[in-house]
Write a protein that binds this ligand. Structure first.
Ligand code: NAP
Length: 321
C-alpha cells in the first residue's frame, strides 16, 4: 500500500488534479478528506464514496488512516494547519504559497525539522520535463551568459467572492500566480541583489496587477502577475548567445505548450504534472534530511523574496535584498 493521503478542504485543485493524479499511482492512496461545508462534503462523498469524510480538519489530521496531508486551503490558512500536521509528525504537501511571511516560513522549517518530517510547497511546474529542459539548457551555456529573464502569469478574475479576491485569506494576483514567476526566476537565476515593484489594487483591496524588476549584478528579470488581463503565461530568457523559452511554463496542460530556442520550436509532449509532484513528495518523505531539507530551504527562500517584493510594492522604491 502507498502513503495514505488525507485531503484538507474540498478544493477545486484537489478534486480536479491531485486526487486523479494520486489515483494513477500506487505510491499514494487517498483515504480521507475533510470539508467544513456540508454541501461540498456531500458532493465529494457522492463523487469519492471510498473516502472517509470528516467535517473537521483536526480530526482528519489525527485519523489513523492518514499518513500525510495535502493542504489546499486559502493561502492565509496554510501555515497554521501545516503546523498542526507537523505536531503529530505527518508530512505535508502544502499548496503555494506555503507561507505569507518569511518568519512563518522559518517556523515551518523549524517545526518540520523538529518533527523529523517534511513540508513541500506544491510548485508542480518544476517537475515537468519542459522545465528540466530549460534549466539544463541554461546550465549548459546554450545561450551563453544570461542577461535577462521575462516571466508572466495572469488571467482575468472578476468574481469578487473568489478566495483570491479576499485580502484576509491571502488573496491577490501576486500570491496566486506571481509566486510562480518568482519561483521560476529563483530556480533559474538565484536570488537578486535588489527589487523594485509596482502594484495596482482592485476593488476588494488585493493586488490585481504586479510588475516586478529583480536586479542582479550582471542581469535583470521582469515579472508580471495579474487578474486583469486575458490568460497569459510564459518565460523567455535572453543571453549573450541567443534566447529560449516556454510558452506554458506553469500550466502546460492549459494550451498548446511549446519550448523554443532561437528559431527552433518544439511541441512539449504532455506529462503527468501532478503525478510528478506526488512522486517528488514521496521522495522527500523518504529523505527528510536531504531532499526534504532542500524543499524546506526553498520554501523559506521563496517566502523571503515574495516578502521583499511586497515591501517594494508598498514603498515603490528600490529595496536591497
Ligand atoms: N498547484 C496548482 O496548480 C494550484 C491551482 C489552483 C489553486 N492552487 C492553490 O490551492 C489552494 C486552493 O485553491 P482552490 O482554487 O482549489 O480553492 P477553492 O476551490 O476555493 O477551495 C478552497 C477550500 O478551502 C476551504 N476553506 C477553508 N476556509 C475557507 C474560507 N474561509 N473561505 C473559503 N474556503 C475555505 C474550503 O474547504 P471546505 O469548505 O471544503 O472545508 C474550500 O473548498 C490555494 O492555496 C491555491 O493557491 C494551486
Amino acid at each position: 500500500m502507498g502513503i495514505r493521503l488525507g485531503i484538507m478542504g474540498a478544493a477545486r485543485i484537489a478534486e480536479q488534479q491531485v486526487i486523479p493524479a494520486a489515483r494513477r499511482t500506487a505510491d499514494f492512496q487517498v483515504t480521507a478528506f475533510a470539508s467544513q461545508t456540508p454541501a461540498s462534503r456531500k458532493r465529494w462523498q457522492d463523487q469519492f464514496p471510498e473516502l472517509r469524510a470528516f467535517s473537521d480538519y483536526e480530526a482528519l489530521i489525527t485519523a489513523d488512516e492518514v499518513d500525510a496531508l495535502y493542504i489546499a486551503l486559502p493561502n492565509a490558512l496554510h501555515v497554521s494547519w501545516a503546523l498542526r500536521a507537523l505536531a503529530v509528525g505527518k508530512p505535508v504537501l502544502l499548496e503555494k504559497p506555503a507561507a505569507l511571511t518569511a518568519q512563518d516560513a522559518e517556523v515551518l522549517r523549524e517545526r518540520a525539522n523538529q518533527s523529523g518530517t517534511v513540508v513541500m510547497e506544491a510548485f508542480m511546474y518544476q517537475f515537468h520535463p519542459q522545465f528540466q529542459w530549460l534549466s539544463r539548457a541554461l546550465r549548459s551555456g546554450l545561450i551563453g551568459s544570461v542577461r535577462h529573464l521575462y516571466a508572466e502569469f495572469a488571467f482575468l478574475l472578476t468574481h469578487p467572492k473568489d478566495i483570491r479576491m479576499q485580502p484576509a485569506l491571502g488573496g491577490g494576483s501576486f500570491w496566486d500566480v506571481g509566486c510562480y514567476t518568482v519561483h521560476i526566476t529563483r530556480q533559474l537565476l538565484g536570488a537578486p541583489q535588489a527589487v523594485f515593484a509596482r502594484r495596482i489594487d482592485g476593488p476588494t483591496g488585493v493586488d490585481i496587477h504586479m510588475a516586478v524588476q529583480l536586479i542582479y549584478p550582471d542581469k535583470t528579470a521582469s515579472l508580471r502577475a495579474g487578474f486583469d488581463s486575458a490568460d497569459v503565461q510564459g518565460v523567455r530568457v535572453v543571453g549573450t548567445g541567443g534566447e529560449l523559452g516556454l510558452t506554458h511554463p506553469f500550466r502546460p496542460d492549459m494550451g498548446e505548450a511549446q519550448q523554443w530556442h532561437n528559431q527552433t520550436v518544439d511541441v512539449v509532449p504532455p506529462a503527468d504534472l501532478y503525478g510528478l509532484e506526488l512522486r517528488a513528495f514521496l521522495a522527500a518523505i523518504r529523505d527528510p534530511g536531504g531532499l526534504g531539507q532542500t524543499y524546506l530551504n526553498d520554501l523559506v527562500e521563496q517566502a523571503r523574496l515574495m516578502e521583499a517584493v511586497i515591501r517594494a510594492s508598498q514603498a515603490e522604491a528600490l529595496q536591497s535584498f
